[in-house]
Structures are given as structure tokens and as C-alpha cells.
Design a protein around this ligand. Structure first.
Ligand code: ARG
Length: 457
């Protein structure tokens, strides 16, 4: 880093250099950094701030460096501090004097913001791709098991029957909101900060619109202080990632429960389960468990980022260097989780026999009995009370509703007629024929709409 230590009489202490370095983490931004520098050099030449020949040397040098990095030939030395300094130092080593002009009309403060914005924009695209992949897998599973009914739960107590497809479509909706959140984050990241310099703007006749076009930004930042001090787009990615991990963790929890012997609703494909080192019979849902566990790390990152930013005066502060390790960790958790979940969901097997048994248990049609009485003229509250008493009676007798005869029903209400015996799981589903309800026709329609939605991106 000797090329920026003109005002110092001695080099940084070794401990200080190691403590302040971020190269081992931000080297991941080399592509974005080089792309930004190439555009910057071309802009400087176009504006006659440097010569065309100098720009050419810079561009060729940067492309060489990119190859060196990609071929593992680049020496990442910690005393280089960060990826920006490492690349600039190597450029100067390669092309000499022209390399010393690249940083004209630029600061690492607008440079690092640019790199991170480019990174977040690319990563959002990958993330939305991952979300779409998992949504597709959920739809595949739903369509392949379109007739399967499960108990719907509240308080994890069997509540009312629902189509498995309806249940899976609930996750589709959550992921759909996630897509929108990441889309919003993309829009906020899609602002060119270059030209803000260290904090006040730069004293050269630069062309920011040219830079924005070259680097694929829709807008340029309106305030130089904000541009170099803003990390909202990173916090937003992290917040959206935390929300998605929360959703995935809920799905994980259901997969874990449903694959127990006690539920037995699903069987994980062997390729998506793990064994125990001691108990030969075990088939464990470790993928789902790890996703559930890793959600906490992404939440922790969100707290870290918000806390890092909350006390910072304008504009750039070195604290902000810490955003990268946090964001990268979230990305490295979220993207693989989405991918592995798509595979796990697509390959799992639904045990319709077990769900069929479960859905007949636990007086799950009690609401339908109450609705039946309402249709015969009873008020809902009275109907609720009558059916409550009927459940209590049936429990005492150790019988299901289906095992009670019409005389027993009529002890509780004279409104009960023979047709009460026609209340079934199927009639319960069909009755919920409202937009957003679990009636099979509604669910089929929702599936078709969901398909269209992800096909149309
Ligand atoms: N490595 C720094 C970061 O990630 C780059 C910006 C450094 N700017 C500075 N003035 N020290 O935040």
C-alpha cells in the first residue's frame, strides 16, 4: 500500500495492517471492481481527463488482472488492505504511470459502494431465480398430489381438512412476497454512486450518465454524501433474506414433522436424507434442520448491519467495511438453501394413505356440523355449542362422528336429519368454495394462476 502512504513517516504496524485488512473477504468483488474501473477509465478518456492511449493501457491491464485472478495466479497479499488497492497496485506494477491515473476523479468510498451495488444487483437476480425454482418445485409437488387431503392445523391441533396443494400454495405465496421484496431491494441498489468521490463530488468534468449506461444503472445518485454513506440496499437484502429464511424455516419444520413416524405424511428421498452414526434405522431430515438452524445466522447478520449503521455520522466510516462479511454469509446461506430445498421438495414422496387416515381423526369435521346446523336455521353460536357437546359425547363413547347413528345426533339437536351423515372430508373441502379457499376447483385455479405467474417472471 506504499502508493498511498505519502504523508506517513513509517509503514503501518503489522498488527494494524492485519486488523484493518478486508482483502480476504472483499476479493470476492474483483469482477465488479474491475468492471467499474474499466468504465471509469473509458469515461475519463472520453472526457479528455486522461488520454485514449492511457485508457487503453488501463483497460488491457485490468483485463490481464482479471485473468490472473481467475487463473489463480494473482497474489492476494494482506498488506494490500482491500480488493481496490490490490487491483490498483497490481495495475501500476503492470503498466506503470498510466495506472497511477486510474484513481483520478474517484475515491474508494464511491468505488466500494459501486462494487457492492453491482454485487447486490447480480445477487438479487440469482436469488429471485432460486425463489422461482423453489416455487416451481412446490407447484410440481402440489400437482402430482392434487387429490391428497391433509388435516389443516391451528395450534398444531387438527382443525379442518385442506388440500395438500392448498397448503403448498401457501408457501408459494410467501415466496412470492419474497420475490417482491428482493425486487424492491434491486431498485434501491440500482443507483450509480460513482462521481460522488470521497463525499463531496469530484472536481472534474466527468460524465455520470455515461458511467450509468456502461454499468447498467437506471439512475445516478442525487446526493454525494448519501451515495457514499448509504448501505440501505445491503440492509434491505439482508432483511429480505432473513424473511425468506424464516419462511424456509417454517417449511423445514413441517418437513421435519411430516417425515416422522408419528405423522408419516411424507418420505424424503434417500438422496435428501442422512443417516445416524449409531442408530441404523435412522433417516434424518438434516437439510431441513440445517436450514432452520441457519436462519438464526441470517437474523444475526441483520442485527449486526443495523447496529453497525445506527450511530454513524455522514459520510463514509470504516465501520461500514464490516457489511461485506455479513452480506456474503447471508448470500452463501440463502442461495444454496433455495436450491437444495427445490430438490428436496421435488423428490419427496407423499404418503396418501397416512394423510387419509389422519384426516379422518380428531373430529376434524366439527365446523362442518356446525355449518350444517346454521343452514337449518340455528345461530352459529348455538350450533357451535351443540356440536361441542356432541364432540364431548363422542369422546366419552370413544366414537368418531361417522360411528354415531342419527338417534344419537338427534339427542343434541332436532335439526339433525339423515343428510348429516353425508358430511365428509370431500364435502367439507367442496364447501369452502370462496376465492382463496381450499375447494378443489379453487385450488386447481390457484395452481394454474401460480404457474402462469412464474412462467411470466
Ligand atoms: N475496504 C473499504 C470498505 O470496504 C473500502 C473503502 C475504504 N475507504 C476508506 N476511506 N478507507 O469499506
Amino acid at each position: 500500500m506504499s502508493h498511498i502512504r505519502g504523508r506517513f513517516k513509517k509503514p503501518a504496524d503489522k498488527l494494524v495492517a492485519a486488523y484493518t485488512a478486508s482483502l480476504s473477504c472483499d476479493r470476492r468483488l474483483y469482477r465488479q471492481d474491475i468492471a467499474g474501473s474499466i468504465a471509469h477509465a473509458r469515461m475519463l478518456a472520453k472526457q479528455s481527463i486522461i488520454s485514449d492511449d492511457e485508457a487503453k493501457q488501463i483497460v488491457t491491464g485490468l483485463e490481464t488482472i482479471r485473468k490472473e485472478i481467475e487463473q489463480g495466479k494473482f497474489a492476494f497479499r494482506d498488506e494490500m488492505e482491500d480488493i481496490h488497492m490490490a487491483i490498483e497496485a497490481r495495475l501500476i506494477e503492470l503498466i506503470g504511470e498510466a495506472g497511477r491515473k486510474l484513481h483520478t476523479a474517484r475515491s474508494r468510498n464511491d468505488q466500494v459502494s459501486l462494487d457492492m451495488r453491482l454485487f447486490v444487483k447480480e445477487t438479487v437476480t440469482d436469488t429471485i431465480g432460486g425463489l422461482r425454482g423453489l416455487q416451481g418445485a412446490l407447484l410440481d409437488l402440489a400437482e402430482a398430489n392434487i387429490d391428497v387431503v391433509i388435516p389443516g392445523y391451528t395450534h398444531l391441533q387438527a382443525a379442518q381438512p385442506v388440500l395438500l396443494a392448498h397448503h403448498l400454495l401457501a408457501y408459494f405465496e410467501m415466496l412470492q412476497r419474497d420475490v417482491a421484496r428482493f425486487g424492491g431491494c434491486f431498485g434501491r441498489a440500482d443507483v450509480l454512486p460513482l462521481g460522488s468521490g470521497a463525499l463531496a463530488g469530484v472536481a472534474y468534468a466527468i460524465d455520470r450518465d455515461f458511467l450509468a449506461r456502461k454499468l447498467g444503472f437506471t439512475r445516478i445518485s442525487a446526493n454525494s454524501l448519501d451515495a457514499v454513506a448509504d448501505r440501505d440496499f445491503i440492509v434491505e437484502y439482508q432483511a429480505a433474506a432473513a424473511m425468506t429464511m424464516m419462511h424456509l424455516s417454517r417449511l423445514a419444520e413441517e418437513i421435519i414433522l411430516w417425515s416422522t413416524a408419528e405423522f408419516g405424511f411424507i418420505t424424503l428421498d434417500d438422496a435428501y436424507a442422512t443417516g445416524s452414526s449409531i442408530m441404523p434405522q435412522k433417516k434424518n431430515p438434516d437439510v431441513a434442520e440445517l436450514a432452520r438452524g441457519r436462519a438464526g445466522r441470517v437474523y444475526g447478520g441483520l442485527t449486526a448491519l443495523l447496529t453497525m449503521m445506527k450511530g454513524l455520522p455522514l459520510a463514509y466510516n470504516r465501520d461500514m467495511q464490516e457489511d461485506k462479511a455479513v452480506l456474503f454469509e447471508a448470500v452463501d446461506i440463502l442461495l444454496p438453501t433455495l436450491e437444495v430445498f427445490a430438490g428436496m421438495v421435488r423428490t419427496l414422496e407423499v404418503n396418501a394413505e397416512a394423510t387419509g387416515v389422519a384426516v379422518e381423526r380428531g373430529y376434524i369435521l366439527a365446523t362442518d356440523l356446525a355449518d350444517y346446523l346454521v343452514k337449518k336455521g340455528e345461530s352459529f353460536r348455538t350450533a357451535h355449542e351443540i356440536v361441542g357437546k356432541l364432540v364431548s359425547y363422542a369422546l366419552e363413547k370413544g366414537k368418531d362422528f361417522g360411528q354415531l347413528d342419527i338417534k344419537e345426533y338427534q339427542q343434541f339437536s332436532s335439526h339433525f336429519g339423515e343428510d348429516v351423515l353425508k358430511i365428509t372430508v370431500a364435502s367439507s373441502l367442496a364447501a369452502r368454495d370462496v376465492p382463496g379457499g381450499t375447494a378443489p376447483e379453487r385450488v386447481r385455479q390457484a395452481l394454474a394462476e401460480a404457474r402462469e405467474l412464474i412462467a411470466g417472471r
